[in-house]
Design a protein around this ligand. Structure first.
Ligand code: PDD
Length: 312
């Protein structure tokens, strides 16, 4: 009876195909919250967590591909920098955090997807200055992403829109204070696009709401904005420098305008979840011939081989 019911709910006929579906349904997602592995649906933090009240915290997103955590060292190095810029301590030793990441990935059986970690200053009565003697809070979640979905996005390319830069001047710190990014991404979605590029008053492109921005000039040179305080130094961006070196491609770190991007040979975006994904239109205008660029796809293809892979 239960079996019949599950088949109906899962929308499948009762056959050998049922059991993998059943196992997925029966297996709840697990999150790590401040020392405990808990059912994802019950996972919660205190109402006076400073992440909740002040966005006083930082995060990282690592790609999981084919059973490996991609570029974990660089993500944890950036976490270290973000924490130190905000004078938040590590919630636990780095090696212990790696154990937690692996355990959350294992308990959720994620072979392809992402692991998310968030550290906040901790829980304290609401008051703006740093509280004394609080422990940083740590939350870790992981989820599956079908690699086919990402591959499809890369094969078709994505559209971007542009929005005026309206963020603070320390976006190099990966904080959970992402309201301008959320509003920009929503605007992109409403325009039928995937991403929104923040553009400075001088017309130069900063980065996307959750991705770094790149173009390929007509001479085949990769161009991306210098990673100063004005953009997040993407881990994928850094590894793409390694990939470009391996492929013998030149990179120029400089600002570029929306006009230059529109007349470029290719444009693409990068992040842990999208890797290098071609951009085919900006504000409704096609980039080059409006099809994904071949150099972007070569970078994407070579990425996994060159990136650091830590067993998940
Ligand atoms: N976003 N710029 C911004 C503003 C970002 O939020 C991100 C990452 C990047 C790319 O960084 P990386 O290559 O290290 O993923 C650039 C993550 C994926 C997110 O917020 O979900």
């Amino acid at each position: 009876m239960l079996r019949f019911f599950v088949c109906r709910v899962a929308g499948v006929t009762e056959s050998n195909m049922v059991w993998p579906v059943l196992r997925e349904i029966a297996m709840p997602r697990i999150a790590y919250v401040n020392g405990r592995y808990v059912a994802h649906r019950d996972a919660s933090v205190h109402i006076e967590d400073r992440g909740y009240q002040f966005a006083d915290g930082v995060y990282e997103v690592c790609e999981i591909a084919r059973g490996f955590i991609v570029d974990m060292t660089r993500h944890l190095d950036r976490l270290d920098r973000s924490l130190s810029e905000l004078s938040i301590g590590w919630p636990m030793h780095r090696s212990a955090l790696i154990v937690v990441l692996r355990e959350v990935i294992r308990r959720n059986r994620v072979g392809n997807g992402l692991v998310y970690l968030q550290v906040t200053r901790g829980v304290a009565p609401r008051d703006h200055p740093f509280p004394d003697g609080v422990r940083p809070s740590l939350v870790v979640t992981a989820r599956k992403i079908d690699p086919e979905t990402l591959r499809h996005k890369a094969e078709t390319g994505v559209k971007v829109i542009t929005v005026p830069e309206n963020r603070w001047d320390r976006v190099d710190i990966k904080t959970v204070g992402l309201l301008p990014n959320v509003l920009a991404k929503q605007k992109a979605k409403e325009a039928g696009a995937y991403e929104a590029w923040f553009v400075d008053p001088d017309g130069t492109v900063k980065e996307g709401s959750s991705t770094n921005a790149w173009i390929v000039t007509n001479d085949g040179i990769l161009v991306t904005r210098p990673a100063d305080h004005g953009i997040l130094r993407g881990v994928t961006r850094t590894t793409l420098f390694d990939v470009a070196a391996r492929l013998g491609l030149r990179i120029e770190e400089r600002a570029f305008t929306v006009e230059e991007a529109l007349s470029a040979r290719e444009a693409f975006l990068s992040s842990a979840t999208t890797l290098a994904t071609p951009i085919v239109a900006i504000d409704g205008h096609p980039v080059a011939n409006g099809h994904p660029g071949s150099l972007t796809l070569s970078l994407r293809q070579a990425f996994f081989e060159i990136a650091e892979k830590s067993p998940a």
